[in-house]
Design a protein around this ligand. Structure first.
Ligand SMILES: Cc1cc2nc3c(=O)[nH]c(=O)nc-3n(C[C@H](O)[C@H](O)[C@H](O)COP(=O)(O)OP(=O)(O)OC[C@H]3O[C@@H](n4cnc5c(N)ncnc54)[C@H](O)[C@@H]3O)c2cc1C
Length: 383
C-alpha cells in the first residue's frame, strides 16, 4: 500500500487529502499539523472588529480524518530527508512514497526575537486571541500596524470598527516601508483604499519602518516615537523552518519553486502558500482559491503517478480578489471587473461562508452577517 504524507492541515493540505480520499485507491495517508484545528484565516481580522466568534473560524482536524480517510498526527514536522523519503518530528520519523508540503506561511519577524516577543502577529486564531485580550485591557492609545499589505489594511480597519463600537478615540497608523500601501495592486484600488482609510482617520506613514519596540513605546524611522503603543506585525510572511533547511529551489520568502505539475523533486509536491508556482514575473499570490486548487491538483497527480498515468499540468483559474475593509467600503477585482463598496464586502463574506468548514461554522458566520446587514449603516456589520 502506498504511503502519502501531507504536511499541513490548512486549505491546501485538506484539499489534497480530499482528492486522495475520493480516488478509492488503497492508500495510507498521514496528515501532520502542529495545531489540532484548521484555522479559517481570511476572517481573522473580523474576529477583532466585527467580533466574529473565533470558534466559528476553527475546525477540529481529527473530526475530518475519518471522512477524508487520513490518519491525523498532531505534531510539528521538524525536518524532511528527501533522499531517504522521510519526515521527522520531535517524537518520531516517518517514511513516505509520496509527499505533499502544504504547511502554509508564518509571520516573518526577520530574525528579531525582540520583535517576536513584543509585537502582535495576526496569522492564526491564537494570535487573534492575544490581540483581543490586549484590547480588552485598554492600556494602549496608539496602534501601529507594521505593513501596508491587504492584511495590514484589514487589521487597521477592524481596529477602527472595534474602537468605534466601544466609543473610544484611539490613533491607528499604518507604517509601510515602501512608498505606498498595497504594493503591486492597481492604482485605482490604492487610491480608493487610501481615501477610505483617510475617511476613517487612519494614518499612513509610507517610506517608514518600525525601528524599535521598547515596552509600550515604539520608535519609527526618523526617530518619531509613540507611547502606549501596540504593534500589530504584518509586514510579510515566510515558510516554516523545515522548508528553509530543505535542499530545494526557493524564492526569498522560502516558498518552494514548483514545476508545472506542482512537483519539486520526484514524488514530492507542494501546494498553497508554500508553493511558488508560475512563470517569470507572473507567480500566483498567496490566496485561498489557489491553495485549494493546488492541494487538489497535487492529490490528483499522486493518484495519476500511482496509476502510471502521465502527470497533469496545473492550470490555475484566477477568480479575483477583494481588499475587505471593516466599514464595508471594500474594493477588488472579480473576473476582471472592478467591485467597490458594500457589494465587494458581500462578495468577500459569501466566499468566506462558502469556503468555511462545517455546517455549524457556516451557520454561525451567516447569522452574524445577516444580523449585521440588517443594521444597515456604515461600519455596522456586527457578526
Ligand atoms: C489575516 C489573513 C487574512 C487573509 N485573507 C485572505 C483573503 O481574504 N482571501 C484569500 O484568498 N486569502 C487570504 N489570506 C491568505 C490565505 O489564508 C492563505 O493563502 C491560505 O490560508 C494558505 O493556505 P495553506 O493551506 O497553504 O496554508 P494554511 O492555511 O496556513 O495552513 C497551513 C497549515 O500547516 C500547519 N503547519 C505549519 N508548519 C507546520 C509544521 N512544521 N508541521 C506541521 N504542520 C505545520 C499550520 O498549523 C497550518 O494549519 C489571508 C491570510 C491571513 C493571515
Amino acid at each position: 500500500m502506498k504511503k502519502v504524507i501531507i504536511i499541513g492541515g490548512g486549505f491546501a493540505g485538506l484539499s489534497a487529502a480530499a482528492r486522495l480520499a475520493k480516488s478509492r485507491l488503497e492508500l495510507e495517508v498521514l496528515l501532520f499539523d502542529k495545531r489540532g484545528h484548521f484555522d479559517f484565516l481570511p476572517l481573522l481580522p473580523d474576529a477583532v472588529g466585527r467580533q466574529i466568534n473565533l470558534e466559528f473560524l476553527k475546525y477540529n482536524i481529527n473530526d475530518l480524518s475519518r471522512k477524508l480517510k487520513f490518519k491525523f498526527i498532531n505534531e510539528e514536522v521538524a525536518a524532511l530527508y528527501l533522499g531517504a523519503k522521510q519526515a521527522a518530528t520531535a517524537a518520531s520519523t516517518y517514511t513516505y512514497d509520496y509527499l505533499v508540503v502544504a504547511s502554509g506561511s508564518q509571520t516573518n519577524f526577520f530574525g528579531s526575537p525582540d520583535t517576536e516577543r513584543r509585537a502582535y502577529a495576526l496569522n492564526n486564531a491564537d494570535d487573534v486571541k492575544k490581540i483581543q485580550e490586549a484590547l480588552a485591557g485598554d492600556r494602549f492609545e496608539n496602534f501601529i500596524i507594521c505593513g501596508g499589505g491587504y492584511t495590514g489594511v484589514e487589521a487597521a480597519t477592524n481596529l477602527w470598527l472595534y474602537f468605534k463600537k466601544k466609543g473610544l478615540a484611539k490613533k491607528i497608523i499604518i507604517v509601510e516601508r515602501s512608498p505606498g500601501i498595497l504594493g503591486p495592486l492597481p492604482e485605482w484600488m490604492k487610491l480608493y483604499t487610501q481615501d477610505n482609510l483617510k475617511g476613517m482617520g487612519i494614518d499612513i506613514l509610507a517610506n517608514s519602518s518600525v525601528e524599535a519596540i521598547n515596552g509600550d513605546s515604539v520608535v519609527v524611522s526618523g526617530g518619531r516615537a509613540f507611547v502606549k503603543a501596540m504593534v500589530i506585525w504584518v509586514p510579510g510572511v515566510r515558510t516554516a523552518d523545515f522548508i528553509q533547511k530543505m535542499p530545494a529551489e526557493k524564492n526569498p520568502q522560502g516558498r518552494i519553486i514548483v514545476n508545472e505539475y506542482l512537483g519539486f523533486k520526484p514524488d514530492c509536491f507542494s501546494a498553497g502558500d508554500t508553493a511558488y508556482f508560475g512563470a517569470k514575473n507572473n507567480y500566483l499570490r498567496m490566496a485561498v482559491q489557489f491553495s485549494i486548487a493546488e492541494g487538489d491538483h497535487a492529490g490528483l497527480n499522486i493518484i495519476r503517478s500511482i496509476k502510471n498515468l502521465p502527470l497533469k499540468k496545473f492550470k490555475p483559474l484566477d477568480l479575483g480578489y477583494i481588499i475587505p475593509m471593516a466599514n464595508n467600503r471594500s474594493c477588488g477585482a472579480v473576473f476582471g471587473f472592478k467591485v467597490k463598496g458594500l457589494l465587494a464586502t458581500l462578495l468577500h463574506f459569501i466566499m468566506c461562508i462558502y469556503r468555511s468548514m462545517g455546517l455549524r461554522n457556516k451557520m454561525g458566520l451567516m447569522a452574524g452577517l445577516i444580523k449585521g446587514l440588517s443594521q444597515g449603516k456604515q461600519g455596522g456589520v456586527v457578526c
